[in-house]
Design a binder for this molecule. Structure first.
Ligand SMILES: Cc1cc2nc3c(=O)[nH]c(=O)nc-3n(C[C@H](O)[C@H](O)[C@H](O)COP(=O)(O)OP(=O)(O)OC[C@H]3O[C@@H](n4cnc5c(N)ncnc54)[C@H](O)[C@@H]3O)c2cc1C
Length: 385
């Protein structure tokens, strides 16, 4: 594809969104440098469901087949009664594939991150910079200078904040708007298959929502491990961080009354393999862009995980950012195209996830998944930009 503007792009945050954006821009001929606060650039041990809309972005980025080979095409998604385990709804993945053209994948986050990072490094082995915590920026008519906690600086034509739901880039651009506790505490664990009760394994993917709580399990890596995530309503949360060790006892206590095999699954979690964190939320913004700086992924539209679309949205954003740059004559045009294409959808999915959270944890309300809401029909490779 012919490049119409010359722009050196700086990305803050080497998570799924930042890495995918780097790849989308590189593939369209742009020079990219990515700055990540962690000492080592890698993802944590947790699962993520990647649906058709995001897989279309991964196909365009040339990494979908590699990811599929490492992942699970979950055969069927079950919604079960939280006390008895009785199946209330079964959605075969094949049915999803027939409706939207591509099946959903159960993916280890580290695998998704690695296929993206390998492709980025193959394009430019020197573009990733670890141990660089963004703390502020200055911009002028020619470019942006980012400042890091070490005192170092870096300069580029534009800066993309891809630094997650407590984004320092967003706080710098919009200092009056702080992330707040979303009233939900999350537990997460990866459990070896040998420790999974047979009835849970047989049901493949189990989502069970009880009053004020929700639990989801699905297999990763060809069934070697079971991903387990729980979300519990809570009035308070004081600790910072999202990888705080939790105990099996407190997890079991939070799910008192749940079907015995799910409680056995929780009790079987191996030592040092259970973490908790408080979910953060922010209100939708009227703009994501200030001058030569914009945002993507959770930085732009932090969302609760009830529709399983946060990483998918970050992948969609990444591809549209690359397409917008490729279609534009100037940085301002590229940012306008990107934001016009992405902000309505980011806001819609952010607000829908919030609504679904309240629905899910209320047994009297009817669930509407991302597919039910038509979100999987979106094609980030062909929507106008
Ligand atoms: C329980 C749970 C389950 C989920 N399940 C799903 C699912 O099934 N499907 C789905 O699509 N999504 C899911 N999500 C959402 C998904 O995990 C996020 O939306 C996604 O990770 C967002 O990607 P990101 O790149 O924008 O941000 P992040 O993944 O948070 O990456 C941000 C990166 O920026 C770095 N960083 C932060 N601050 C700085 C700084 N100051 N300087 C430099 N670097 C910095 C971080 O270290 C990190 O590497 C789930 C989320 C939760 C909480």
């Amino acid at each position: 594809m012919t490049r119409k503007i010359e722009a050196k792009v700086m990305i803050i945050g080497a998570g799924i969104g930042g890495m995918a954006a780097a790849l989308a821009l590189q593939r369209r001929g742009f020079s990219v440098a990515v700055y990540e606060r962690s000492k080592e650039i890698r993802e944590v041990g947790a699962g993520v469901i990647i649906t058709a809309n995001a897989r279309r972005a991964l196909r365009d980025l040339g990494v979908d087949a590699a990811l599929e080979a490492l992942s699970n095409t979950i055969e069927v998604f079950h919604t079960c009664h939280y006390e008895t385990g009785a199946i209330l709804r079964a959605v075969p993945n094949e049915e999803i594939r027939q409706k939207v053209g591509i099946a959903s994948l159960g993916v280890h986050r580290a695998d998704l991150h690695k296929v993206l990072m390998d492709a980025v490094l193959a394009n430019d082995p020197d573009c990733l910079h670890a141990n660089c915590q963004f703390v502020g920026l200055e911009q002028d008519s020619l470019g942006v200078t980012a400042r890091f906690s070490s005192g170092a600086t870096a300069r580029a034509d534009v800066l993309i904040g891809a630094d997650g739901n407590v984004s320092a880039v967003r706080s710098f651009l919009f200092p009056d708007e702080a992330p707040k506790f979303a009233g939900q505490v999350a537990f997460r664990s990866l459990i070896p298959d040998a420790l999974v009760p047979e009835s849970i394994r047989r049901r493949v993917s189990v989502m069970s929502a009880g009053p004020g709580r929700y639990l989801l399990s699905y297999p990763l890596r060809g069934g070697e491990i079971m991903n387990l995530v729980g979300l519990v309503q809570s009035d308070t949360w004081e600790e910072e961080g999202w990888a705080i060790p939790a105990t099996n006892e407190e997890f079991v206590k939070a799910y008192a009354g749940y079907e015995p095999d799910l409680l056995t699954l929780i009790r079987n979690i191996p030592e040092n393999n259970l973490f908790k964190w408080g979910l953060r939320d922010r209100e939708p913004l009227k703009t994501w862009t200030v001058g030569r700086v914009t945002m993507l992924g959770d930085a732009a539209h932090p969302m609760t995980p009830f529709l399983g679309q946060g990483a998918c949205m970050a992948l969609e954003d990444a591809l549209l950012l690359g397409r917008a740059f490729s279609a534009s004559q100037s940085v301002s045009e590229a940012f306008r195209r990107y934001e016009d294409a992405r902000r309505p959808r980011g806001t819609l999915v952010q607000l829908s996830s919030r609504e679904e959270g309240l629905t899910l944890q209320d047994p009297n309300k009817r669930r509407r998944t991302a597919q039910d809401r038509g979100l999987l029909d979106y094609d980030p490779a062909t929507v106008p930009v």
